[in-house]
Design a protein around this ligand. Structure first.
Ligand code: PMP
Length: 431
C-alpha cells in the first residue's frame, strides 16, 4: 500500500476526517506522532517515515503469529475465492467452534460475534438473564470493551485519557455495576456479603492487561469461583487477551479455575475482527434462536475471520507458544539487567508472553499501585524505543506482547534499543 503525502500531511487530513485523527484512542498516543503504517511482516511493521519497527504491540494482542503469517494468508485467500459473506451457516464456523470448545469449554457451546466488546456485552446480558439478577461486579481499572455495562472505572485508554467512566452512560446502568478492588480478597468478600443475592455475575480479566500487566494473587481467581458459586452468581472470565495466549486452555488452564462464561476475542480471529462467548450448554442455549436472550449480527461468524482464526489456532496447536514465551522472558531479563545497572527503580510483571514494566515503583499487584508508577517516564521510554526502531505500547496501561516469530534477532534488537533508551531516561529520571 503506498502512502500519498508526508506524515504531516496525512495526519492533518486524518484529523480533518477522523475523530482525533484515529479510529481508536490508544493509536493517537504514540510519540512523537501517531504511527502511519502501510505494511506488516512477521514481527515487524513499517511506518511510512520511520521504516521497519520491531512490533511488540501486535495489534494490541491478536497477532500471536506475527504479521501476515503464510498459513493464515493462504486460508484467507482460499476463503475469499468462494465469496466472503453468506448470511448463512458456513462449515468453517463449526470447525472453529469445535476447536475452541475442545480447549475452552468441552461439551459447551459458543457464539461468535465481532469484537471483545460485543462478547462481554452478551456475556453480561446472559448472566443477568440466567440468574434473573441485575448487578454485575467488575474490578476497578479492568477493561472489558467500550459498552455501557462495563465502562465504569475502566482501564486501558479510558484511564489513560482520564475518563474511566464515559459521559453518556445512564446513571441507572452505572448503578447496576459494582466496582471491586482487584486482588483484594476481603473487598470482594464484602461486596458479596452486602449484595450477594443481587449479583448476576463477576466479570474479571484473569490477568489484568489493561492497566499494564497485573497477575492475579495466588488463589484470587479461586476465591472468586468460591464466592460466585456460594451466592448463585456466574463467573465470567474475560479472556479476550489471555485466551490462547496463556496456553491453549487460556487462563482457565493456566490458573486451574473454571468459568461459567468465557469471553474471547483477539487471537481467535487471527487478526480479523472477532469476539466470542463460550459456556456450558444450559447457559448458552438461552441465546437466540434457541432461547430468548437476544444476540444477532450481520457479520457474526464471518467466514474470512473464521478461516483466519482456524489457521491461527492450528499453527498454535502444532508449534505451541514457547517461542513467544521465550522472547518475552528474554525481554524481561534484558529490562531487569539494564534497569538494575542503571539503578532505576521498577516493577516488572510478566505472565507468559505478556509483560509490562512500571518505573519508579518496586511492586505492582493492583491498579492503585500501577497508577503510582512514573507514567511520564514510561512514555519517554516508549518514545526513545521508537527512535531505536522498537515499538512498545505508548501507554503504561497496555501490555507488551511477543509472538511466536519473535526470535534471536528480535531479542538482540530489543536489547540494543533498550540499552540506549533506558540510558537516556536514566539521565532524565535523576535530573
Ligand atoms: N476485554 C479485554 C480484556 C480487552 O483487553 C479488550 C480490548 N483490549 C476487550 C475486552 C474489548 O475488545 P475489542 O477491542 O475487540 O472490542
Amino acid at each position: 500500500m503506498e502512502a500519498k503525502g508526508t506524515p504531516r500531511e496525512i495526519l492533518r487530513e486524518a484529523e480533518s476526517f477522523l475523530v482525533g485523527g484515529v479510529n481508536s484512542p490508544v493509536r493517537a498516543l504514540t510519540k512523537p506522532r501517531p504511527l502511519i503504517v502501510t505494511k506488516g511482516e512477521g514481527p515487524y511493521i513499517y511506518d511510512i517515515e520511520y521504516g521497519e519497527l520491531l512490533d511488540n504491540v501486535l495489534g494490541y494482542g491478536p497477532l500471536i503469529l506475527g504479521h501476515r503469517h503464510p498459513e493464515v494468508q493462504e486460508e484467507v485467500e482460499k476463503a475469499i475465492e468462494n465469496g466472503w459473506l453468506y448470511g448463512a451457516l458456513a462449515p468453517v464456523e463449526v470447525d472453529l467452534a469445535r476447536l475452541i470448545l475442545r480447549y475452552v469449554k468441552p461439551g459447551g457451546k459458543i457464539r461468535f460475534v465481532n469484537s471483545g466488546t460485543e462478547a462481554t456485552m452478551l456475556a453480561v446480558r446472559l448472566a443477568r438473564a440466567y440468574t434473573g439478577r441485575d448487578k454485575i461486579v467488575k474490578f476497578d481499572g479492568a477493561y472489558h470493551g467500550a459498552h455501557d455495562h462495563v465502562l465504569v472505572a475502566a482501564g486501558s485508554a479510558a484511564t489513560h485519557l482520564g475518563a474511566p467512566q464515559s459521559p453518556g452512560i445512564p446513571k441507572c446502568v452505572a448503578e447496576n455495576v459494582i466496582v471491586a478492588e482487584y486482588n483484594d480478597f476481603e473487598d470482594i468478600e464484602r461486596v458479596f456479603q452486602d449484595h450477594g443475592s443481587e449479583i448476576a455475575g463477576v466479570i474479571v480479566e484473569p490477568v489484568m492487561g489493561n492497566f499494564g500487566v497485573i497477575p492475579p494473587r495466588k488463589g484470587f481467581l479461586q476465591h472468586l469461583r468460591r464466592l460466585t458459586r456460594k451466592h448463585g452468581a456466574l463467573l465470567i472470565l474475560d479472556e479476550v487477551i489471555t485466551g490462547f495466549r496463556l496456553g491453549m486452555r487460556g487462563a482457565q488452564g493456566y490458573y486451574g479455575v473454571e468459568a461459567d462464561i468465557v469471553t474471547l476475542g483477539k487471537i481467535i480471529g487471527g487478526g480479523f475482527p472477532v469476539g466470542a462467548v463460550a459456556g456450558n450448554s444450559d447457559i448458552m442455549d438461552m441465546i437466540t434462536p434457541k432461547g430468548k436472550v437476544f444476540n444477532a449480527g450481520t457479520f457474526n461468524g464471518h467466514p474470512v475471520t473464521m478461516a483466519a482464526g482456524l489457521a491461527t489456532l492450528r499453527v498454535l496447536e502444532r508449534e505451541g507458544l514457547s517461542k513467544a514465551v521465550e522472547a518475552a522472558k528474554a525481554f524481561e531479563d534484558i529490562i531487569r539487567d539494564v534497569l538494575d545497572k542503571l539503578n532505576i527503580e521498577y516493577a516488572l510483571n510478566r505472565v507468559e508472553s505478556m509483560l509490562q514494566v512500571f518505573l519508579g515503583v518496586t511492586n505492582v499487584d493492583s491498579p492503585r499501585k500501577a497508577s503510582m508508577a512514573n507514567r511520564k517516564l514510561y512514555e519517554r521510554l516508549h518514545e526513545e524505543m521508537l527512535r531505536q526502531g522498537v515499538l512498545i505500547p505508548p501507554s503504561q496501561y497496555e501490555s507488551i506482547f511477543t509472538s511466536i516469530v519473535h526470535g534471536v534477532r528480535e531479542v538482540e534488537r530489543f536489547q540494543e534499543a533498550f540499552r540506549v533508551a533506558a540510558g537516556r531516561i536514566g539521565g532524565w529520571s535523576s535530573a
